[in-house]
Ligand binder design. Structure first.
Ligand SMILES: *[C@@H]1O[C@H](CO)[C@@H](O)[C@H](O)[C@H]1NC(C)=O
Ligand SMILES: *[C@@H]1O[C@H](CO)[C@@H](O)[C@H](O)[C@H]1NC(C)=O
Ligand SMILES: *[C@@H]1O[C@H](CO)[C@@H](O)[C@H](O)[C@H]1NC(C)=O
Ligand SMILES: *[C@@H]1O[C@H](CO)[C@@H](O)[C@H](O)[C@H]1NC(C)=O
Ligand SMILES: *[C@@H]1O[C@H](CO)[C@@H](O)[C@H](O)[C@H]1NC(C)=O
Ligand SMILES: *[C@@H]1O[C@H](CO)[C@@H](O)[C@H](O)[C@H]1NC(C)=O
Ligand SMILES: *[C@@H]1O[C@H](CO)[C@@H](O)[C@H](O)[C@H]1NC(C)=O
Ligand SMILES: *[C@@H]1O[C@H](CO)[C@@H](O)[C@H](O)[C@H]1NC(C)=O
Length: 348
């Protein structure tokens, strides 16, 4: 059993105790759905709708019927105040070519994790119904794009399984690991949308530890400690910095679509040795949508601080060593520089 699943079992025991002491479980379960809000982000205001009233969004004057609609699902303990929401929302608003709707399920994802974990499987039903009603009321299925972080990434997958139509695209930003490695627990997978692209940044810790989409991006190996992140106890605690890099990178890609080209590769070792100099690049982030036929694992390096995208240098002028990034000496070992190729063919 994976360590994170063990954590969930331990948490479940704690929660059962807490629950029997303080909550009338039956009564509480009936209320599922009531406290999920959908917030439409506009330049001059944010408009909040209860999930049971999602159809009203479509007739709001700020809703652009001709534009694609992003549904953003936040993660554990997050809310409309979270940095991830603010960063991604403002990047979409700056572009101005999408409707941005936050799925605010904060009420169900507060501490403890185990409660949030089990709530997810109820919230998904309510959400699927709500999305279905929007589509029945004229929202074009083809215009939907679910972007989701961490536990939200898993919510996206579980909700998608509940829809009787296929979502065109799910972009998962370091989808959650703890609890989702159990047999029989549904988790995000390539069947959940016509195209599932995943950005892994804390794989094996807070982030899912395997390929989970059609195309999976592994910036800086997809693991902690991401470059520029603190490593307080040799990689065990990094203040969620590595996990959060997933939306940092994604938000940046919204404003600089070609900042993160990546190359297909079997693993980081091969990548850092310069053995994956493919011309078959794909862009991580929004432009991954143009690589719908591409499959597999894609690798790249990023900078330590924003702007993170290094363009083609991120797949050619490698600074990482293939030795463990958990090593305190990582910085001292990085001498694996490769000269730039004189010509670098690639597709758009
Ligand atoms: C929708 O949810 C809100 C908030 O929980 C509630 O006040 C309202 O009565 C609900 N409306 C319908 C039609 O169920
Ligand atoms: C919308 O909400 C976000 C928080 O999620 C806030 O930062 C932003 O200022 C709000 N926008 C407006 C126009 O009020
Ligand atoms: C943000 O959430 C709080 C409660 O969690 C709510 O009172 C507030 O109206 C929300 N803001 C928006 C813009 O939805
Ligand atoms: C949902 O919206 C209602 C009305 O704006 C607000 O009272 C409530 O706190 C919101 N819930 C969450 C979880 O933000
Ligand atoms: C990386 O991939 C190569 C080729 O597939 C394989 O030979 C090698 O063992 C792999 N290395 C690691 C560390 O997994
Ligand atoms: C986008 O990213 C590339 C690669 O880092 C950089 O060269 C370019 O200047 C950036 N463009 C903008 C508009 O920031
Ligand atoms: C390659 O990276 C090194 C730092 O690792 C930097 O000094 C050098 O300028 C980079 N080369 C190019 C062409 O940017
Ligand atoms: C790269 O990721 C793989 C798979 O998660 C992991 O086994 C390996 O230790 C990582 N390599 C480094 C240098 O961190």
């Amino acid at each position: 059993m994976h360590w994170s699943s063990g954590l969930v079992v331990a948490g479940l025991c704690l929660w059962a105790t807490y629950c029997s002491l303080s909550v009338d479980a039956a009564n509480w379960a009936e209320k599922f759905g009531d406290s999920i809000n959908l917030t439409l982000y506009l330049r001059d205001k944010n408009v909040t709708f209860n999930i049971n009233d999602s159809v009203s969004i479509l007739s709001h004057p700020g809703f652009k019927r001709a534009s694609p609609t992003v549904l953003y699902m936040h993660g554990y303990t997050e809310s409309n105040q979270s940095r991830s929401v603010g960063r991604v929302a403002s990047a979409f608003l700056k572009r101005g070519d999408h409707n941005f709707i936050l799925v605010d399920w904060n009420h169900y994802v507060t501490f403890p994790y185990v409660k949030a974990f089990f709530n997810l499987f109820q919230v998904s039903h309510a959400l699927a119904k709500s999305i279905t009603r929007m589509v029945e009321s004229g929202l074009k299925r083809e215009s939907l794009w679910v972007v989701a972080h961490s536990l939200g990434g898993q919510l996206a997958g579980v909700t998608a399984k509940d829809l009787d139509f296929k979502l065109p695209r799910i972009t998962a930003l370091d989808p959650a690991l703890p609890g989702f490695t159990f047999d029989g627990i549904p988790n995000l997978g390539p069947k959940d949308a016509e195209f599932v692209d995943v950005i892994h940044t804390d794989s094996g810790f807070f982030g899912f530890d395997q390929r989970i989409g059609h195309i999976d991006f592994f910036p800086n190996n997809g693991t902690r400690v991401q470059p520029g992140c603190p490593s307080y106890v040799v990689g065990i605690y990094d203040g969620h910095c590595s996990h959060h890099r997933s939306w940092d990178f994604f938000a940046e890609s919204l404003l600089n679509e070609t900042a993160f080209p990546a190359v297909p590769c079997d693993n980081w070792t091969k990548f850092t040795k310069g053995e994956c100099k493919s011309t078959d690049t794909a862009y991580m982030g929004i432009r991954a949508g143009e690589a719908r036929h591409k499959r597999g694992k894609y690798y790249l390096e990023t900078a330590e601080t924003a702007p993170f995208g290094k363009g083609l240098l991120g797949v050619t002028n490698l600074t990482s060593s293939s030795s463990s990034v958990f090593s305190v000496f990582t910085g001292l070992l990085s001498s694996n520089q490769k000269p730039l190729p004189t010509s670098w063919g690639w597709d758009q």
